[in-house]
Design a protein around this ligand. Structure first.
Ligand SMILES: O=C(O)CCC(=O)C(=O)O
Length: 251
């Protein structure tokens, strides 16, 4: 199931870029059709059932990792024309994917607290300025105020520092609501949080971090790439196959 050209609506990449730069995020509604989202959501559901542990039940949250090697639909979406276009524009054509997972909040899940994404939280302050990592949120269910849609603090990426009072909701925060199939693009330093799910239905998304290739990816992307058969040139690049690896420089 590949992302077909008709899925890619005409969007203004420059407008997305300036929204990410100015407010820290941009949402593109209905990037793929509800029918296609439902197919993907069903694949995620099978993985959730197969991998669910007591810890997931207790935390009311479940992340599925290494999805690139679990179904071809995920490598198609990782290289979706819109997503690659946005991050090529913002990070450069040599950008790579750092993590590619699904994230589900079950009914009753609480907030996860304000944070910026890797590699910011792994860095001492002052955090460097510039564009070197961005988050992609594929909404697999309608994202609503009630079911745990992601919250963000617009403009917080300009502060280049970790959130204060990580557990307290803020008056200047907004909730990223959208219909399933929509995609949100976030500056990696933007303060954001998963919100409580107060409904009786789970809420799922796919999360794809993309980074410049001088950063270490967070997941073992090359390990996953090695088990894929005949990856395309683009997929090889995005999964870090061309990323420089440490070696003996005297050789
Ligand atoms: O799923 C979400 O709404 C956000 C998840 C998130 O920020 C994270 O897991 O770091």
């Amino acid at each position: 199931m590949s992302a077909s050209p008709e899925d890619v609506k005409p969007v203004d990449l420059e407008d997305i870029q300036s929204r990410i730069n100015d407010q820290g995020y941009a949402i593109v509604p209905s990037v793929i059709s509800p029918e296609k989202v439902d197919q993907i959501r069903a694949i995620v559901e099978d993985l959730l059932v197969a991998e669910k542990t007591d810890q997931h039940v207790e935390s009311k949250a479940q992340r599925v990792g290494q999805i690139a090697i679990k179904h071809p639909v995920f490598t198609d979406l990782m290289c979706h024309e819109l997503v690659v276009g946005v991050w090529h524009n913002w990070l450069g054509r040599d950008m790579i994917c750092s993590t590619w997972t699904s994230n589900t909040y079950y009914p009753g899940h609480d907030t996860i607290g304000w944070h910026a994404d890797y590699p910011y939280w792994a860095l001492e302050q002052p955090w460097p300025s510039g564009n070197f990592t961005g988050q992609t949120i594929w909404m697999l269910d309608d994202f609503s105020r009630e079911n745990g849609a992601t919250g963000v603090v617009p403009g917080s990426h300009h502060l280049l520092s970790p959130p204060v009072e990580a557990d307290k909701w803020r008056d200047d925060a907004v909730i990223l609501e959208g219909v399933r199939g929509s995609v949100a693009f976030l500056h990696g330093a933007l303060w954001h949080t998963g919100r409580p799910n107060t409904t009786d239905q789970s809420r799922s998304c796919l999360l794809g971090m993309y980074i410049r290739p001088h950063c270490l990816p967070m997941e073992d992307m090359r390990g996953q790439l090695n088990v894929l058969e005949n990856p395309s040139e683009l997929l090889t690049q995005v999964m870090g196959g061309n990323q420089r690896q440490p070696q003996d420089v005297t050789g």
